[in-house]
Structures are given as structure tokens and as C-alpha cells.
Design a protein around this ligand. Structure first.
Ligand code: CDP
Ligand code: CDP
Length: 223
């Protein structure tokens, strides 16, 4: 198969990064977690006590300490400058603020530019909210992953417990619904299905089944 671009979008905890990582490994592609990039900017805002309302200062901070990814035995690691923030960006303080940061136009412009740079040669699986619509509008394969909010909250709950992130199920479910609402209703690049994306409802499907369905779509689209 020639090196193509695969865009995976969808709401929180729909399984995007899990399946994107598997697809990237199976096809020998690079994987770009764009959510981690918005989380990294949010982490910087909190660490440096930069108000999310002062976008210029946030952008200057990212320019001084660029976001990068490194492969490792423990999976992909996320760096801000020299600091490994892989675990820190999954904590509740970052999760609760990230959608506010991601609604800011200067932040989006800076990160979209970087993401397009990462994806410019194809051979990439990129997941996020606006990959099929804005970042890689010419991606050969676009998937829009969804699942019921109940199931998404259950999935994330199990994950948080395994990672020892303190979590109350009902609060988590509300937080996921709130983030979906903010992401879908913001003015710039909201979470919407691209016209040419394939909708895949993963409620009741395990990871293998989802990967299998996506591989069928890839074969169909690239034949
Ligand atoms: O993994 P989870 O679904 O919790 O979220 P994520 O993919 O890590 O993304 C965190 C947040 O970043 C989302 O809720 C969005 O506010 C924002 N985001 C975005 O606006 N655009 C993207 N391409 C990716 C993430
Ligand atoms: O990237 P996104 O926020 O869309 O979701 P994720 O981080 O890939 O998946 C959230 C959790 O759901 C992970 O712990 C996955 O292992 C799990 N998952 C699942 O149980 N069944 C699926 N079909 C997809 C994901």
C-alpha cells in the first residue's frame, strides 16, 4: 500500500488513540496524537501560571519549549522542551482546562501548522477533533469514531484507575459530556464529522473489532 494519511476524529474516549497506535504499528506509519499537543500547551499554561486569556504569552512559551514526541519501550513519550510530560498531561487539572485552551485561535493556528508539518509526507495516522476537516483535509482515509457517553466514561474510568488517576465515575461522565459540548460548539474548527469521513459507532465493540472495521475501510478506500 502506498503511504497514505489516515485521519481519526471523534469525541473524548471513543478509542481514537488506541486504534491509531495499532494502525500506525501495523502499517509502519508514524502516529501523531494531536490531543496530547493541546494538553501539552495546557500543561505549560498551568506550570508557568500563564492565563489562557493571554494567548500571545502561551504561544511564546511553546516557541521557547517546543512540543515533541519520542518513541520508547513504554510507548510514545511527549516532551515540552526537555521535560517529559507524558503522565502530567493526563492529570485532571489539564483535562479540565484543555478544551478552553483548545478554543483559542492563536493556539490552534500554531498547533495546526506543526501537525501539518508532521503529516506532510503521508505515512501517518493522526487523531484528534479536526484532522479530517482542517489539519489533513486531503487524507485518503477519514474515520469518525463515536460511542455512547456511558461506554466512553466506563472505558476512561478503567484506564484512570489503572493509571492511578483519582476518579469518580459520575464526575468523569459529566466532564466527558462537558468537553464534548465545548469541543463541538466552539467557533474555530469544532468537532464535526468531515463530509467524506466514515462514521463508526464503536459502542459494544472491542479494540480488535474496531481495528478490523477500520482496516476494511482502508482496503475499500485505497483499492
Ligand atoms: O483522549 P481524550 O479524548 O480525553 O482527549 P484528547 O484527544 O487528549 O484531547 C484533549 C482535548 O484537546 C480535546 O477535548 C479538545 O479540546 C482538544 N483537541 C482539539 O481541540 N483538537 C484536536 N485536534 C485534538 C484535541
Ligand atoms: O483517544 P480517545 O480519547 O478517543 O480514546 P482512547 O484513549 O484510545 O481510549 C479510551 C480507553 O478506552 C482506553 O483505555 C482504551 O483501551 C479503551 N477502549 C476500549 O475499551 N474499547 C474500544 N473499542 C476502544 C477503546
Amino acid at each position: 500500500m502506498k503511504d497514505i494519511s489516515i485521519a481519526i476524529d471523534g469525541p473524548a474516549s471513543s478509542g481514537k488513540s488506541t486504534v491509531a497506535k495499532i494502525l500506525a504499528k501495523d502499517y509502519g506509519y508514524i502516529y501523531i496524537d494531536t490531543g496530547a499537543m493541546y494538553r501539552a500547551v495546557t500543561y505549560l499554561a498551568l506550570a508557568k501560571k500563564i492565563s489562557v486569556e493571554t494567548e500571545e504569552l502561551l504561544i511564546q512559551a511553546i516557541e521557547k519549549q517546543p512540543i515533541s514526541f519520542q518513541a520508547s519501550e513504554n510507548g510514545q513519550q511527549v516532551f515540552v522542551g526537555d521535560e517529559n510530560v507524558t503522565e502530567a498531561i493526563r492529570q485532571n487539572d489539564v483535562t479540565n482546562l484543555v478544551s478552553t485552551v483548545a478554543a483559542k485561535s492563536l493556539v490552534r493556528t500554531a498547533l495546526v501548522k506543526l501537525q501539518q508539518e508532521f503529516g506532510k509526507n503521508g505515512g501517518v495516522v493522526m487523531d484528534g477533533r479536526d484532522i479530517g476537516t482542517v489539519v489533513l483535509p486531503k487524507a485518503e482515509v477519514k474515520i469518525f469514531l463515536v460511542a455512547s457517553v456511558e461506554e466512553r466514561a466506563e472505558r476512561r474510568y478503567k484506564e484512570n484507575i489503572a493509571k492511578k488517576i483519582p476518579t469518580d465515575f459520575e464526575i468523569l461522565k459529566e466532564e466527558i459530556a462537558r468537553r464534548d459540548y465545548l469541543d463541538s460548539t466552539r467557533e474555530i474548527s469544532p468537532l464535526v464529522q468531515a463530509e467524506d469521513a466514515v462514521l463508526l459507532d464503536t459502542t459494544g465493540l472491542n479494540i480488535e473489532e474496531v481495528v478490523g472495521e477500520i482496516k476494511k475501510i482502508i482496503i475499500e478506500k485505497t483499492r
